[in-house]
Write a protein that binds this ligand. Structure first.
Ligand SMILES: [Ca+2]
Ligand SMILES: [Ca+2]
Ligand SMILES: [Ca+2]
Length: 356
């Protein structure tokens, strides 16, 4: 466990971002990125990159986009066309302004900025892919999800991955959960249920009645994910409502992993727990959480294990070797006091996988 940081962590990932052969833990707040190193019992911050107050970071991934052996920091950010106070505010002011930080000549710098996609590195049956989704006009996640490739010094939109429009790029994977199954989309939906869909370019609203569509193959009974991070947008007023400003929450990532010596993939998910339930769309207060592993049991996606309750809200997590001992660790960005009005206190927790 790291010390306390008086800020709200929003995203975390692990990888070798400076090319020294060891992994770092990279954590984003709303407009700063911190790079940590875990060496034995010593946990230290080796770099902090302060960004403009106009940035509003939504997500972060570590991945080697150009294949040179050193990973880049891929950051999804919303900028504002207007004042900083509008950032993350009304959708009409939102403009996606993502960027990639690379280590060059001994310093971390923005390699490219103002990328138009909400970006995520997702697990697929063919390995990890960088994917992107432009911001939808009526609903943030209405647009198709494309692979993003790095070619000739530029990030470019590649092929459409056949993921239903309407699904968020941030909380999905493409997985063959059993050898007999095709690769399918596994995603936490807006209501925080875990869903599985066949690949299709149809909008998810056309598939959204479970059992009513051959493409909608599974929906969980339990909640997963849960987030305090959101994009606001204008939607058509619903019956009985006058306010048309909506929030869509950025659900935490889903990770696919395989246990050693086993062929069957499993999903690792965060579950943030709110004493008030998930009723109030505009106020989610999570006071505790747990990490859950799930696998396909032939009928549905069943729980394998879960951690003990965690005293805080999990903003993001990674399952990579964070302390460089050769074994993967479950690394969590935890906010201990989200929504308390007392100011945020964040910590990084590392669970040694052997102990799970
Ligand atoms: Ca390194
Ligand atoms: Ca690289
Ligand atoms: Ca480790």
């Amino acid at each position: 466990m790291s010390g306390d940081y008086q800020t709200e962590f929003v995203a975390l990932d692990v990888g070798d971002v400076n090319g020294d052969g060891k992994n770092e833990i990279v954590v984003a707040g709303r407009n700063a990125i911190r790079i940590f190193r875990k060496d034995g019992d010593v946990f230290s911050m080796i770099n902090k990159i302060d960004l403009s107050r106009r940035e509003y970071i939504l997500a972060l991934d570590i991945w080697d986009t150009d294949g040179d052996g050193v990973s880049e920091v891929i950051v999804s950010s919303l900028g504002s066309r207007h004042s900083a106070t509008d950032v993350g505010g009304t959708h009409s002011n939102n403009v996606v302004s993502s960027f990639v930080i690379a280590y060059q000549d001994g310093v971390f710098k923005k390699r490219v900025e103002k990328l138009p996609w909400l970006l995520r590195v997702i697990d697929t049956d063919e390995g990890q892919k960088l994917v992107g989704q432009t911001l939808g006009l009526n609903y943030p996640f209405d647009n198709p999800i494309h692979e993003i490739v790095y070619q000739n010094g530029k990030y470019q939109q590649g092929k459409d991955l056949g993921i239903s429009r309407g699904l968020s790029v941030y909380s999905l994977v493409l997985a063959k959960l059993d050898t007999q199954l095709p690769e399918r989309v596994v995603s936490t939906n807006d209501d925080d249920y875990l869903c599985m869909y066949e690949k299709t370019t149809a909008h998810v609203s056309q598939l959204s009645i479970f059992g009513g569509s051959v493409n909608f193959v599974y929906k969980s009974n339990e909640y997963f994910g849960g987030s305090n991070s959101y994009i606001q947008y204008y939607g058509a007023p619903r019956l009985g409502e006058t306010v048309d400003v909506r929030r869509v929450y950025i659900n935490p990532r889903i990770i696919v992993t395989k246990a050693l010596g086993e062929g069957k993939p499993r999903l690792i998910l965060a579950r943030n727990i709110s004493p008030s339930g998930r009723v109030l769309q505009t106020m989610k207060t999570f006071t505790s959480s747990e990490m859950v592993a799930m696998e396909w049991d032939g009928l549905g996606i069943a729980e394998l294990w879960r951690t003990r309750g965690i005293g805080g809200y999990v903003a993001d997590f990674s399952f990579k070797d964070a302390d460089n001992d050769g074994e993967k660790d479950l690394v969590l960005a935890i906010i201990k006091s989200a929504g308390s009005g007392m100011g945020e206190v964040s910590v990084i927790a590392i669970y040694k996988f052997a102990r799970l």
